[in-house]
Structures are given as structure tokens and as C-alpha cells.
Ligand binder design. Structure first.
Ligand SMILES: [Zn+2]
Length: 146
């Protein structure tokens, strides 16, 4: 297979978007990032739990922080987007919250804010926090800016 390379001679992009590996969310996350946040070019690392992977880092050389560091240092990104999602297996899923959607969202907000704080210790960039919530009895994903 051969396909056109859109970025010949281009070595910078707008953002890095860190999301969870979960197959149920990443396509919709791309749509949100491109259509709602207006970010067209971005590195797109995925780690289990997204913010969890950052919060678990011991230092800058740990892989999750490298997933942020390489885009900052090599691709000159201006924005860092972190997306956590509902029913995330890395955190034990929604069952950890016994069906309390608000408690689950609050938990993820704390996780996301903690990851932002950690990232800001290393990189002086705009950090955008997003929670992908399951709504309408699990029929839809709603992306919420934290
Ligand atoms: Zn997940």
C-alpha cells in the first residue's frame, strides 16, 4: 500500500493529545479534538488511564511523561490535552463508583488536575483537561472541559 504523506518537510504540530488506550473512546476523542477544540495536527499517545499514567510517573524519563516531552521538545506543540473517560478499566471501571456518575466525574477531575500540575512542573504550555462522560444511559459520549 502507498498513500500520500501529508506532512512532507513539516516537523511541528499544534498539540499533543494524551488519551486512554480504550478502543471505545479514541475515535470519538479525535473527532472532539478536531471539530470542537479546532486542533488539526497533534501527536496522539495513548496510555492506560491517561492522567493515571502521568500521575504514576516517578520522573521525566518515565514513558508517559516522554509522550508529553517529545511533542514539546521536538514538535514544538503549544497545547497539551489530557482526556480521561468514564468506565475506565485502568481505574477499575464505573463499578468502583457504584453507579454514582457524579462521584466518578469528580474523581476524574481530581486525577486530571493532578496530572496537569505534574506536567506544568516540566513544561510551560497550555494544558486542556477533558472528561469523556457516558450519558443518555450509555448511548452517547459527552466531552466536558474541566
Ligand atoms: Zn481507560
Amino acid at each position: 500500500m502507498k498513500t500520500p504523506f501529508q506532512y512532507k518537510g513539516v516537523h511541528s504540530c499544534d498539540a499533543v493529545v494524551l488519551c486512554c488506550i480504550d478502543f471505545r473512546f479514541w475515535r470519538e476523542t479525535m473527532k472532539f479534538v478536531e471539530e470542537e477544540l479546532g486542533i488539526k495536527s497533534y501527536d496522539f499517545p495513548k496510555m492506560p488511564g491517561a492522567a493515571k499514567a502521568i500521575n504514576d510517573c516517578q520522573g521525566e524519563t518515565d514513558v508517559p511523561l516522554q509522550c508529553i516531552g517529545v511533542p514539546c521538545d521536538l514538535h514544538h506543540v503549544e497545547k497539551i490535552v489530557i482526556v480521561n473517560h468514564a468506565d475506565c478499566g485502568a481505574y477499575g471501571g464505573s463499578k468502583e463508583f457504584s453507579g454514582d456518575d457524579e462521584a466518578e466525574q469528580k474523581f476524574h477531575e481530581v486525577q486530571l488536575k493532578s496530572a496537569k500540575e505534574k506536567i506544568l512542573k516540566y513544561y510551560d504550555k497550555e494544558v486542556i483537561l477533558v472528561y469523556a462522560k457516558l450519558v443518555d444511559e450509555g448511548e452517547n459520549i459527552e466531552f466536558i472541559l474541566i
